[in-house]
Design a protein around this ligand. Structure first.
Ligand code: GDP
Length: 443
């Protein structure tokens, strides 16, 4: 699986920062060194790495991070945001023409997966845009390519225009006329590839551009080739003005460097990634999701953002401090409930934690408002000393409390148990250990 190594190393470097109350410059330097190495090992372009590390360091050392509740998590968020930016921030898409047909020209070196990707794209357009595409077989030097495209076309029930002719410009012109006659809304032109970029190939491709005027000139690049993919993209782009990229073979044993640096090096958006040999194995490229996946973050980032938005930072810092000093008491428990209620339904918040969203135990998990009201009633029936020291709560005190709030002793006992579990869980979160979260009450 692509990125496995990189993902592991980045997570390892960042894990060391989570749970720390303060992060020193030294910590940041060390993490930066590890991140830098991980990126270079993943074959990310070194200039891209240099710029990335510089930004991360500057932001991590910033006042905002240093004064935040959990600087480690803030740094993860910074790394995630920068990774996303590196890959292009927004999800790009194929430009659709105002008039029909939309013409897509596919270019790339031999063996990168161009012909296969023509088929994948046709399939994508049919499924997502109810398109009626026509494919033009413009890779005339490799007879097998024409047959391959015909086979792909037949399997998708998509027409393929081909000629037994060496004049590829004429083939494309004739193919476009056929698309007009048949009212195809998309035309995808497969073109010849070479082992490397040469002038003859570029001239031929330019001639096709002159007659077809494609809105989309997409380079198919092989992610397995790492940085070479970026160099190739630059070469094609300087001659043809590409509009986007498709990275193939991201399912393979690639180190991922191409996906990480090609955007920054070329300025071109990655539109899709190929994730296998089958015609269905084409994925829209979402830089943000890819970054989260690399960092193994799940929806944790949305959770951090939400906490940032809704939590009173001073209040939260107070709680974190109490967690560290192990002095979290029933008063804080009630305060926490108020804070959590501000963020929205607790069950939904918990599901944003990585690994929790699909946890079957959580399927019907709900924290009813009534339960929160009961918890508060129990706490309000305690003496100030009891609220501060749960260990005082012997059976006779528990009976008195139950009588005071009109609930059963069983309910009082349950609430005290839940308090202890919650305390335990929060201590794990504050120390950056999410593993114990499955022990939450009700899970
Ligand atoms: P072309 O010479 O650029 O037209 O390349 P082809 O379309 O003939 O593909 C070359 C080889 O790469 C074929 O064996 C394809 O099945 C394979 N291939 C294409 N895309 C992918 C992909 O995303 N993942 C994997 N694993 N193999 C791919």
């Amino acid at each position: 699986m692509a990125f496995e190594n990189l993902s592991e190393k980045l997570q390892k470097a960042l894990r060391k920062l989570t749970g720390k109350g303060k992060i020193s410059e030294n910590d940041i330097n060390q993490a930066s060194r590890e991140i830098r190495l991980a990126l270079l090992e993943a074959d990310v372009n070194f200039k891209v790495v240099k710029k990335f590390i510089k930004t991360i360091k500057a932001e991590a050392l910033g006042k905002e991070v240093q004064e935040s509740l959990n600087p480690g998590q803030q740094i993860i968020k910074i790394v995630n945001d920068e990774l996303t930016k590196m890959m292009g921030s927004d999800t790009a898409s194929i430009i659709e023409a105002k008039h029909i047909p939309t013409i897509i020209m596919m270019v790339g070196l031999q063996g990168t997966g161009k012909t296969t990707t023509v088929g994948k794209l046709a399939n994508y357009l049919i499924k997502n845009k109810k398109a009626r595409p026509l494919l033009i077989a413009g890779d005339i030097y490799r007879p097998a390519a024409i047959d391959q495209l015909k086979t792909i076309g037949a399997s998708l029930d998509v027409p393929v225009y081909s000629e037994n002719n060496t004049d590829v410009v004429a083939i494309v012109e004739n193919g476009l006329m056929q698309a007009d006659r048949n009212h195809n809304d998309y035309v995808i032109i497969d073109t010849a590839g070479r082992l490397e970029i040469d002038d003859q190939l570029m001239d031929e491709l330019k001639n096709i551009v002159d007659v077809a005027h494609p809105e989309n000139i997409i380079l198919v690049a092989d992610a397995m080739t790492g940085q070479v993919a970026a160099t190739v993209a630059e070469g094609f782009n300087s001659k043809l003005k590409l509009t986007g990229l498709i990275l193939t073979k991201l399912d393979g044993d690639t180190r991922g460097g191409a996906a990480l640096s090609i955007r920054e090096v070329t300025g071109l958006p990655i539109l899709f990634t190929g994730q296998g040999e089958k015609l269905t194995e084409l994925d829209t490229f979402h830089p943000d999701r890819m970054a989260s996946r690399i960092l193994g973050m799940g929806d944790m980032l949305s959770l951090i953002e939400k906490a940032q938005q809704d939590f009173d930072a001073k209040e939260a810092e107070k709680v974190a401090q109490k967690m560290r000093e192990n002095t979290f008491d029933f008063n804080d428990f009630v305060d926490q409930m108020d804070q959590m209620q501000k963020m929205g339904p607790l069950d939904q918040i918990i599901k944003m934690i990585p690994g929790m969203a699909n946890n079957p135990a959580l399927k019907n998990f709900k924290v009813p408002d009534k339960q929160i009201a009961h918890t508060k009633a129990i706490v309000y029936s305690m003496t100030p000393a009891e609220r501060e020291d749960p260990d005082l709560l012997n059976p006779s005190r528990r009976r008195r409390i139950a009588g005071g709030c009109g609930l059963s002793v069983v309910e009082v006992n349950r609430m005290i148990k839940q308090f202890k579990q919650a305390k335990d869980m929060m201590q794990k979160v504050t120390s950056g250990n999410f593993k114990g979260l499955s022990n939450l009450p009700g899970m």
